[in-house]
Design a protein around this ligand. Structure first.
Ligand code: SAH
Ligand code: SF4
Ligand code: F3S
Length: 449
């Protein structure tokens, strides 16, 4: 084996919480090998890009980054630039990297995370590129060491992949079929995190409500069969020392009464539900293969609000899905005016090769998508802040997460996911404190300890 001098690393993460969690595992593996994390992509001996491909612009950002690193690679031929994540599950993208970016020496996919330690050794000891991308993972990823970004909170995978095949979405193709981890593994991991100082966990899956492959309204704990998501959540809520539990993402078609009951009956389950609606039009929801309609979605929202006090509800919306008419788009605008979300994540439809929607012949022209997108942003802006006046004046619990770079104040989150800024000692970071909310600034509150 060649002696290596490589000692520093940098991981650049794109995409969702799944990728963020995977990056913590990659960092854990490198730290175990004695590498130290630094900020600069140029100076680091190992740079790994953990990619996302959910929308076209995610891909463009990656190319920008790796283009810029060519010079630092030429100055240090031992530098290892690696790319992994969802984009590397697409054969065409791997070809582009292989052919155009010769300085990229390591490529691996979402199903090869377990092997990362060996892949790094291989590339250090080889003059060739190392490329390892499996089409499907054979089993559930084994436990890897991890280096958390925050000491006091972390993500915990409860399942991988997705079976829903929403017609616009690439995720089922790049993350494979749904696989759920066992309750015991999940609970053990959380207990270990708590021993390590964690007080908040986020349970992660593309559709947590179908954990273990059972729709969450089919209870089975009693007869010892598969455990549903509400049952898992309840087990997690009982773990001693766990102050806050979040979960992401809930699919509206599978959100059950039982889930609402469990949230309501445990104070440590956060009052926040991210419930992506994507569109307010039944025609579009059908073409998207979302398997709910506007009416049933609104019923779920009502049930949540009727049962869970102070709940924050957030969503994702896509504008310009193929075939979207002015009327369909107006249905989306009216839906957001009706629901008054606490936050809305908005996306222009992006055509992903391999998905059903990419084949549809009624793609909406770009100028129209852009105009609608702007109108959507205006509508979101108009609605924001309408739900929050009721909180002003109240004293609420905040998990202090860090310092706001601009104001220097502390920043933290309420159970319902709203941000709060307030003056206080840095020592409080990582603790839950009581803060009086004195002013609402639409997306956050100003408060006093
Ligand atoms: N599993 C989650 C979403 C994962 S992707 C769910 O089902 O809600 C996160 C968000 O990206 C989606 O909710 C959707 O709004 C958006 N998105 C996914 N594919 C997209 C595409 N092709 N174009 C634009 N936005 C997309
Ligand atoms: Fe994509 Fe739909 Fe699966 Fe979410 S549920 S990851 S949007 S296919
Ligand atoms: Fe992107 Fe992969 Fe997540 S495509 S949104 S990083 S699952």
């Amino acid at each position: 084996m060649k002696e290596s001098n490589f000692k520093t690393y940098k991981i650049v993460t794109f995409g969702c919480q799944m990728n963020a969690r995977d990056s913590e595992k990659l960092a854990g593996v490198l730290e175990e090998k004695g590498y130290i994390e630094i900020e600069s992509e140029e100076d680091a001996d190992i740079v790994i890009f953990n990619t996302c491909t959910v929308r076209e612009n995610a891909n463009q950002r990656l190319y920008g980054h790796i283009g810029q690193l060519k010079k630092s690679y030429l100055n240090n031929k031992n530098k290892i630039i690696g790319i992994c994540g969802c984009m590397m599950q697409e054969k065409d993208e791997v070809e582009v990297i292989k052919n155009k970016y010769n300085h990229v020496r390591l490529i691996f996919g979402t199903h090869n995370i377990d092997e990362f330690g060996n892949l790094i050794d291989e590339v250090i000891n080889s003059d060739d590129k190392v490329i390892r991308v499996y089409d499907e993972s054979s089993n559930i990823e084994k436990s890897l060491p991890s280096k958390r970004v925050f000491k006091f909170k972390c993500g915990v995978n409860i399942m991988y992949g997705c079976n829903n095949f929403c017609t616009y979405c690439i995720v089922p193709y790049v993350r494979g079929r749904e696989r759920s981890r066992s309750v015991d593994d999940i609970i053990e991991e959380i207990k270990a995190d708590i021993r390590d100082g964690v007080i908040e966990v986020m349970l992660l899956g593309q559709n947590v409500n179908s954990y273990s492959g059972v729709a969450s309204d089919k209870y089975s704990f009693a007869n010892n069969e598969k455990v549903t998501f509400p049952e898992l959540l309840e087990e997690v809520a009982k773990i001693e020392g766990l102050k806050r539990i979040r979960f992401m993402t809930s699919h509206p078609k599978d959100l059950s009464d039982e889930l609402i009951r469990v949230i309501k009956s445990h104070d440590n389950i956060c009052r926040h539900i991210h419930l992506p609606v994507q569109s307010g039009s039944d025609n579009i929801l059908k073409a998207m293969n979302r398997r709910y309609d506007r009416k049933s979605y609104l019923q779920v929202i009502k049930k949540i609000r009727d049962n869970i006090d102070d709940v924050g509800i957030t969503t994702d919306i896509i504008v310009g899905f193929p075939g979207e008419t002015e009327k369909d788009f107006e249905d989306t605008l009216s839906l957001i005016n009706e629901v008054l979300y606490d936050a809305v994540f908005t996306f222009e439809y992006s055509k992903r090769t391999g998905t059903k929607a990419a084949e549809m012949d009624n793609q909406v022209p770009e100028e129209i998508v852009k105009k609608r997108f702007k109108r959507l942003l205006d509508a979101v802006e108009n609605c924001s802040g309408k739900n929050v006046e009721k909180y002003v004046g109240r004293v609420m619990e905040v998990l202090v997460e860090g310092e706001d770079k601009i104001s220097g104040k502390l920043t933290g989150r309420l159970s319902n996911n709203y941000l709060v800024h307030f003056t206080g000692d840095k020592e409080l970071i990582g603790q839950i404190v009581k803060v009086r909310l004195v002013r609402s600034c639409k997306f956050y509150f100003e408060g006093e300890l």
